[in-house]
Design a protein around this ligand. Structure first.
Ligand code: FE2
Ligand code: FE2
Length: 451
């Protein structure tokens, strides 16, 4: 059997490749354009594909359009119904409207991410292909994706408790948007939240804002931080709370995710400043919550399956695969703005058009740059450069710093940057971005500990 896998996300593509390699010859491409080239080539060689898996959400021509395009071509070329390629739509969007639209356009099957081996085998068999069971379809992998699928099911049936995002951030945002906000007004809002106001004093004394003397009162802290920084600091404190856990193993993962989120927020804010955006605080908040789907999925997983190791690689991959769509749904339920929801949904796209929201571009760029800085949560291959965290004690990083000084490889980074779509659309100078990275790397480490 000849299989074409079309998916813009590397991780999803690799998951499909590993699950389908034993079924036949697989070719994997990143987008509709490359898919059409492969189909043309197959036609010229007279070796047509038997099966195509299509990701629904791709930048440029999406899965549905590509499906329609392929079917129209087949009709035009008078290919008999039985000889037409089988098309399996794969998406993270669990919505009946999309399913119906795909069926109407002529797909043969439909699966939602994370795709389990069992689901795949079942739908491909349903299309009439005869498959042998994979010899090593590792049970662990199977349980990870079906475990995540179970969490999603529970979430949609309302059985998972949503995190509560403190109202303080919204109240401050409203105050700032109003006429002549004063520090006194601000104090009235902040003092209602004892946890946050207490921590605000610590933040005001951290190296991030440090003055000559220590401040000991909320008012002193507010004066030092000023109206603008208070909003950012409160957002960070409020978000930091969500990344807390009593479970030790989960706490380690949450701390990594927090540092990653803080790194994305700080870097995105700096890049936005470079481009002259006027909503730097919003960009910062967007960075803090961009991976919120991952946070809740991990928490829910540990609640439902307390005995499963949350740092298991296949489980982390299954969570990664679904976290964008899930994050979007989650932020919507938490009443965040449409713009922030979009960030959660699309920050892993790797090809952007000129008309993309500039906030999405900086977050996506910052997210890929954090990998180069060693603040990634996932990539095993970068492990050598990734700081290690232990049991939530971020101070331990200092010891690591001394042993392993993190150095940025100019040439390697330049090479990586040359392929980043968001950088081009934003029209940022790669050399400038490199100097920002050098500047901000040590600051991120230090500042993330203040919260
Ligand atoms: Fe992400
Ligand atoms: Fe991320």
């Amino acid at each position: 059997m000849k299989i074409l896998i079309v998916d813009d996300e590397d991780i999803s593509k690799n998951i499909l490749l590993s699950k389908m390699a034993h079924m036949g010859t697989c070719v994997a491409v990143n987008n509709a354009k490359e898919a059409l080239e492969e189909l043309d080539k197959a036609k010229t060689d007279n070796q047509p594909f038997d099966l195509i898996t299509l990701d629904v959400a791709m930048p440029g021509m999406g899965g549905q359009e590509l499906l329609e395009h392929i079917r129209k071509n087949e009709i035009k070329n008078k290919i008999p119904k039985d000889d037409r390629v089988k098309i399996l739509m794969i998406t993270s969007r669990m919505n009946v409207g999309t399913i119906n639209a795909c069926i109407k356009r002529g797909c043969n099957g439909y699966l939602t991410k994370p795709v389990s081996q069992t689901q795949l085998i079942q739908s491909i068999s349903q299309m009439g292909f005869e498959l042998e069971q994979a010899e090593n379809s590792g049970e662990k992998e199977l349980s990870s994706s079906s475990g995540v699928a179970e969490i999603i099911k529970r979430f949609y049936s309302g059985k998972i408790i949503l995190p509560v995002f403190p109202s303080i951030v919204k109240e401050i945002e409203e105050l700032m948007a109003g006429k002549d906000p004063s520090v006194d007004d601000l104090a009235k809002i902040v003092e209602k939240d004892l946890v946050i106001s207490g921590k605000l004093i610590t933040v005001a004394n951290s190296s991030l804002y440090k003055g000559l003397d220590d401040v000991n009162s909320l008012n002193g802290a507010l004066v030092r931080l000023g109206l603008k920084h208070t909003l950012a600091a409160c957002s960070a404190l409020a978000t930091r709370n969500l990344f807390d856990s009593d479970n030790e193993a989960l706490k380690i993962e949450m701390d990594k995710l927090w540092v990653h989120s803080f790194a994305v927020a700080s870097l995105a804010r700096r890049l936005a400043e470079e481009k002259g955006f006027d909503n730097l605080d919003t960009v910062f908040l967007m960075g803090l919550v961009h991976d919120i789907g991952k946070m809740l999925l991990m928490k829910a997983f540990v609640d439902v399956y307390p005995d499963v190791s949350i740092s298991d690689e296949s489980l982390q991959l299954a969570i990664h695969e679904i976290h964008t769509t899930f994050g979007g749904v989650l932020l919507k339920k938490m009443h965040f703005s449409k713009q922030i929801i979009k960030i959660a949904e699309f920050h892993h796209w790797d090809k952007f058009e000129g008309n993309t929201d500039k906030e999405l571009l900086v977050i996506s760029l910052a997210d890929s740059l954090t990998r180069l800085l060693g603040f990634s949560v996932l990539s095993k291959k970068d492990e050598d450069n990734t700081p290690e965290f232990e049991e939530g004690d971020l101070a331990l990083e200092v010891e690591n710093d001394e042993v392993k000084k993190f150095e940025l490889d100019h040439d390697k980074i330049m090479e990586e940057l040359s392929g980043v779509s968001a950088l081009k659309v934003l029209d940022l100078d790669p050399e400038k971005v490199f100097s920002i990275l050098e500047q901000i790397q040590p600051m991120i480490k230090e500042n993330s500990r203040a919260f």
